[in-house]
Write a protein that binds this ligand. Structure first.
Ligand SMILES: [Zn+2]
Length: 480
């Protein structure tokens, strides 16, 4: 039976305490005080839902070789590109073969589970990767600003090495416009909370769950853990009561630590359940948004063979508090700043050059000498090893997934950065190769020469005149 064979998680480095938001905006809306508990995850200025999806996808490769992947599906309601394949960019950044099928799933918060069902229904022998990621915005001072978090998660599904096999699935689809955006909307709009609860959330999720149970000939008592996304902590608890679930069967909603991450939230919670699951457990996962998808999995013995099971736990632990509300606004593009002449300078993107160099830029592929085995980046025709010097003997060599260390680094207080000072350094790859990269997701004081770092796919610049986001790789400390 087909099922999940690997999973991956990506939570951004920054957390914002909800109390920080409330302190800044309570003068305007004291009514959100009840939501001001815990913290939410916040994407860094150089991240978007695409880069987070790539990071979650890379996290899956601890257990499945990327060469095997036959299709890549990306799900998000906050894709950076409307007409440019987001999954095609992610496929390149993940260094997957171009001979794969890619698709973007979007439009509603159940797009992640819909993509997962689509992948599980495929007949081909190759595994499929499904990445869900979101970075939604609520207006300053509103409840959604408090509730939304940023994050991504990914699953690889296939026939071999199944850790959780699919028992069944059911979907309901309704045009219920409780949360919505039209083309020019930057912020999610909503409607009256009680109406959303009574006509949407508390009707559609139970309807889909009960229909699936009936299909499978099971009762809720037969299920070990039920995963459903929260509207708020209070509504999540009320849903458990409505369904008649005892506390031990309800998967923690991650609202105090992450916030609601939209299309990726059911994935994150499912991974939380898988981290604790025993072989034989039945896990049911539901999404909510324009209806509901529900999937039922049974955990297998294979789960104990995963190299790293605690991926959500690791991501929850690697964090830093964003102490300043205006810095949050700035990262989210909600605070126009005086960036000066240096900040305004962007040389025009040459699309023909970007296409020619995409192996190096998107895939971080350099070369390895076939004579002496020396890797180098960027790709050269002559081997850099002085004792070799072979010419035209280079094969492609990927650097993005290789362990590396910080050889040297510096902080630049003069160069423009969205999060000054600009940090960059020279990185030594453990199997050979050296190049300089920007450094992100850390404080300068915590950096050390020789420390292990990893490559992370990030936004490099936005060329507004041509509607192009430029991406490249940066270095960040390894998440312990
Ligand atoms: Zn050589």
């Amino acid at each position: 039976m087909k099922g999940i064979i690997s999973y991956g998680v990506y939570l951004p480095y920054y957390r914002l305490k909800r109390e920080t938001i409330f302190k800044a905006m309570s003068w305007f809306n004291p009514g959100t005080g009840g939501l001001a508990r815990g913290e939410k995850s916040v994407a860094n200025y150089d991240e978007d839902s695409l880069t987070m999806a790539v990071a979650a996808g890379m996290d899956c490769f601890s257990d499945v070789r990327k060469e095997k992947i036959g299709s890549l599906y990306l799900a998000s309601t906050t894709f950076p590109n409307k007409e440019r394949g987001n999954a095609s960019i992610a496929g390149a950044a993940l260094n997957l073969s171009p001979n794969i099928r890619t698709a973007d799933f979007s439009g509603c918060l159940k797009s992640g589970t819909t993509a997962l069902i689509s992948a599980l229904k495929e007949n081909g022998p190759e595994p499929s990767m499904v990445c869900a990621s979101d970075s939604r915005l609520g207006k300053a001072g509103g409840a959604m600003e408090q509730l939304f978090g940023d994050g991504a998660a990914a699953m690889i599904v296939g026939n071999d090495g199944v850790i959780a096999s699919l028992t069944g699935h059911h979907s309901v689809s309704y045009d219920f416009a409780d949360q919505r955006r039209i083309d020019q909307d930057k912020f999610t709009r909503t409607w009256e909370e009680r109406w959303i609860r009574q006509q949407g959330y508390f009707k559609m999720v139970p309807e889909a769950i009960q229909a699936l149970l009936a299909k499978c000939g099971l009762k809720l008592d037969d299920i070990s853990k039920v995963v459903f996304p929260p509207l708020s902590i209070r509504d999540h608890q009320a849903m458990a009561k409505t369904l008649g679930l005892e506390q031990g069967k309800v998967q923690a909603p991650l609202m105090d630590t992450v916030g609601n991450t939209g299309s990726s939230h059911p994935f994150l919670m499912l991974i939380g359940a898988l981290e604790e699951a025993q072989p034989g457990d039945r896990i049911m996962v539901a999404s909510y948004g324009s209806g509901s998808d529900v999937l039922l999995f049974e955990v297998t013995e294979e789960i104990n063979k995963l190299k790293d099971r605690k991926k959500l736990e690791k991501n929850l632990g690697y964090k830093s508090e964003l102490k300043n509300y205006t810095q949050y606004l700035s990262f989210k593009g909600m605070l126009p700043k005086e960036i000066g002449i240096r900040g305004e300078e962007i040389s025009p993107t040459s699309l023909s050059l970007a296409w020619r160099e995409q192996n190096a830029v998107l895939r971080l592929v350099g070369s390895k000498c076939e004579s002496c085995g020396t890797p180098q980046f960027p790709k050269e025709t002559v081997c850099v090893n002085p004792e070799c010097g072979a010419v035209d003997r280079m094969e492609d060599y990927s650097f993005s997934d290789k362990p590396c260390r910080l050889f040297t680094y510096t902080a630049d207080h003069l160069a423009f950065s969205e999060d000054p000072p600009a940090l960059y350094g020279i990185v030594d790859f453990e199997k050979g190769g050296r190049y300089w990269f920007d450094i992100t997701d850390c404080q300068m004081e915590s950096l050390k020469v020789g420390q292990p770092v990893q490559m992370t796919f990030r936004k490099k610049y936005l060329d507004q005149a041509r509607g192009i986001t430029g991406y490249f790789w940066k270095a960040m400390p390894v998440k312990a």
